[in-house]
Design a protein around this ligand. Structure first.
Ligand code: FMN
Ligand code: SF4
Length: 483
């Protein structure tokens, strides 16, 4: 895991918890009523992939338990994990690319309605991603995967068989590989092959602007059929739509280059989705307040997109930061690159080992700037902020200052899915506080079922408990028995 070089260890924010009366009067626990988005309170659990779907992308009993557990805390909204819009194999990630996924997703909606007694609104985060391959073994790469070109043959020398060229390339030093291979070939060798939205020589990448609006629209219609209150279009982190928005996108077909061209496909997808769902259905998006990579979008880009998205009619804008492939650590052989291993990944899910600014609420000042620009454009679109938020006073101050309209907490809600209930009840001193050392994110990286180190070994002998790792970890947090 990457950490800022300063490696300053930060303490959690002071645990001052409100009385039940103070919580009842707090802005965080007050309703939000803005256009189509109506929430009982301004607490929000953002998307977290728990690696509990089947290999075919279907909802499992473990998926249902995971969301039921968050729903018991009755946040204003829960966003269900990134769910693939296409009907293609993508490992144990949820999918919504075909009608056969609707029954499982319907069950998921029912479970959340029941567990929250109808208090929590439920949104499905929908995602498209491009192909990515595991880092290959060097010998296999040169013997099998590399497509030989005349350039390779010229380096090795004339009149040699393909097998000899491959063996000669394999025997070269790292420095020689840097001279002989193209940057794409070198990346495929050292990190693993990865498609980009700028690979317009690939027909299926070139045609993305023509096919994605319909794919997202059909997925959203299925989400509505399953009973979700809305969708969150995933325009953040390392995936297709964020890559269209990125300042690194230099496609020359009107879908890259300046900001307006980079926002074109995200806006066309939005319009296709809006046209396909009924009027009350909520359509929001998650995008980056800052890509946190060299040559990527900064806050000024995000302000431009925020105003454009709000003008287009999005029902909410949820802000994340970082989480990019560009600065990720090369994976071990046999693993795929993971976009949360470099500096931008740390910005997305910061840990207590930080720089001077610290890990808590780094996305809040950018969120404030984006919200103020949206308001200055005369638009009331609610803004959701996340990143290191774990304390009542912190959340309340964000809302009081007008830096956001909704305050989201991912890891703190994973550490204690009851924490909103506890605060409302005046029992904040019982909150199990996230320690922000990213054990959960390490499991995510290995595509292992995600759990929290503060509770996954507690009470393993409870009859009927779902466990993983040969009975070593529980999959949901222990029940809270109010005092
Ligand atoms: C295990 C795990 C899985 C995540 N999966 C997603 C995801 O599917 N979609 C998404 O937009 N963000 C995802 N995130 C990022 C969180 O939504 C959130 O933005 C990030 O953790 C920072 O917020 P926090 O400090 O409150 O945890 C994930 C985070 C974790 C820890
Ligand atoms: S595993 Fe660590 S970082 Fe993740 S939720 Fe638990 S305490 Fe927080």
């Amino acid at each position: 895991m990457w950490h800022p070089p300063e490696r300053i260890k930060h303490d959690l924010l002071p645990p001052r918890w409100p009385t039940a009366d103070e919580a009842a009067a707090a802005r965080w626990f007050s309703p939000l009523d803005s256009g189509r988005l109506r929430l009982r309170e301004r607490t929000w659990v953002p998307a977290m992939v728990p690696w509990r779907a089947t290999e075919d992308g279907l909802v499992t009993p473990e998926v249902l338990d995971w969301y039921a557990r968050f729903a018991e805390g009755r946040p204003g909204a829960i966003v269900v994990e990134a769910t693939g819009v296409r009907d293609i194999p993508s490992g144990p990630l949820l999918r919504v690319g075909h009608d056969r996924f609707i029954p499982g997703l319907t069950q998921l909606v029912d479970v959340v309605r029941r567990a929250s007694e109808g208090q929590t609104r439920l949104f499905l985060q929908i995602i498209d991603f491009l192909a990515i391959r595991r880092r290959p073994d060097k010998t296999k790469y040169f013997e099998r995967y590399l497509t030989l070109t005349d350039d390779h043959r010229a380096w090795v020398g004339p009149a040699r068989s393909d097998a000899e060229v491959r063996q000669a390339l394999l025997a070269m030093s790292d420095a020689e590989h840097e001279a002989v291979l193209t940057s794409c070939e070198l990346e495929a060798l050292r990190v693993g092959y990865r498609e980009r939205v700028t690979d317009v020589d690939l027909p299926h990448v070139e045609e993305l602007p023509r096919v994605l609006p319909e794919i997202f629209a059909a997925a959203s219609a299925r989400a509505e059929q399953a009973g979700f209150d809305g969708v969150e279009l995933h325009y953040a982190h390392a995936y297709t739509m964020a890559s269209f928005l990125s300042a690194r996108n230099d496609r020359g077909d009107g879908y890259g280059g300046d900001r307006a061209s980079r926002a074109r496909l995200p806006l066309e997808v939005y319009r296709a989705v809006r046209a396909r769902v009924t009027d009350p259905f909520v359509v929001g998006c998650r995008y980056l307040a800052d890509e946190c990579i060299d040559g990527g979008n900064g806050v000024d880009d995000a302000i431009h997109f925020g105003v454009a998205f709000a003008e287009a009619g999005f029902d909410f804008l949820s802000l994340s930061r970082g989480g990019k492939f560009e600065d990720a650590k090369p994976p071990e052989v046999g693993w795929a690159v993971y976009p949360y291993t470099g500096p931008s990944g740390w910005e997305c899910m910061p840990t207590v080992l930080a720089d001077r600014q610290g890990p808590f609420g780094r996305n809040v000042p950018p969120s404030g700037r984006i919200r103020r620009a949206v308001r200055a454009a005369g638009l009331a679109t609610p803004i959701v902020v996340a990143g290191g938020i774990h304390a009542f006073d912190q959340a309340e101050a964000i809302l009081q200052r007008g830096d956001a309209d909704l305050v989201a907490a991912a890891r703190q809600s994973l550490a204690d899915p009851d924490w909103f209930r506890k605060i409302r009840a005046g029992s904040g001193d019982e909150v199990r506080r996230c320690v922000f050392t990213n054990y959960c994110e390490g499991l995510d990286q290995k595509h292992r079922p995600v759990s929290c180190k503060l509770w996954d070994r507690v009470g393993l002998d409870v009859p009927g408990l779902s466990l993983v790792d040969d009975g070593k970890r529980r999959l949901t947090a222990p029940r809270w028995e109010p005092r």
